[in-house]
Design a protein around this ligand. Structure first.
Ligand SMILES: [Zn+2]
Ligand SMILES: [Zn+2]
Length: 225
């Protein structure tokens, strides 16, 4: 989702129970879901535990994976806070009364190996342009650099941060440790993308109506950097 900024700090969470679980994962667990690094060159240095995930990046009716049985109860307090954060906003409350409560369309635990990089890219599909992408570092190091737009930061363990995934973003793990983030995508049904009023006024966003803006084929001047 585009917004006026690069990073939006939501809160700090106690992730120590998540750290404990992640430390017990073996290379076998990490190698079960390989589609992400195979499909996308920018993710070749990553490994994933899928909790809620579909390779087709659908925007509703997500698939829950077996690992969610283990991680779900542990991450629930963090997910509840995130849902509440977005649902309590005034503009979203009227959407919720019309279209229903928000939901997590994706939740994954993603490792970026020591020395690995995620090259600069923008997220260009409908669901990623119409959901809030939130990173929660579980294991990290001060030499892991996250760049969004022209801003490079280190996000410490437990910070809950939305990133502007419609701007150029990249990650450099210049550290000796494997970085592990919980990454979730939260949807408020009916929430428009930034360009909606100009490209299809009065109509809800759909993959068809937003195709050209999702793919950045028409320039977006909504939030100048
Ligand atoms: Zn849209
Ligand atoms: Zn826009």
């Amino acid at each position: 989702m585009n917004f006026g900024g690069n990073f939006k700090h939501l809160c700090d969470a106690d992730v120590s129970p998540v750290i404990q679980l992640v430390e017990h994962l073996t290379s076998k667990h990490w190698s079960l879901d390989v589609t992400r690094q195979q499909r996308y060159d920018v993710h070749e240095h990553t490994e994933t535990i899928n909790l809620v995930h579909d390779p087709d990046f659908r925007h509703m009716n997500p698939t829950k994976h077996p690992a969610l049985d283990v991680f779900g109860p542990i991450i629930q307090p963090i997910l509840s806070y995130i849902a509440q954060y977005y649902e309590q906003q005034a503009a979203n409350q009227s959407l919720i009364s019309q279209y229903g409560l928000g939901y997590f369309i994706r939740a994954n635990i993603i490792k970026l190996k020591a020395g690995g990089i995620i090259e600069a890219h923008q997220d260009k599909n409908f669901s990623l342009a119409h959901s809030h992408r939130i990173h929660i570092p579980i294991i990290t190091h001060e030499d892991v650099d996250f760049t969004v737009g022209d801003e490079t930061v280190h996000i410490p363990v437990g910070e809950v941060v939305e990133i502007n995934n419609r701007r150029m973003h990249s990650v450099h793990n210049n550290s000796p440790v494997d970085r592990v983030h919980l990454i979730v995508d939260f949807v408020i049904p009916g929430e428009p993308c930034c360009c909606a009023d100009k490209t299809h006024p009065g109509e809800l966003c759909t993959p068809q109506a937003c195709m050209a803006t999702d793919r950045l084929q028409v320039p977006c001047y909504c939030f100048p950097q």
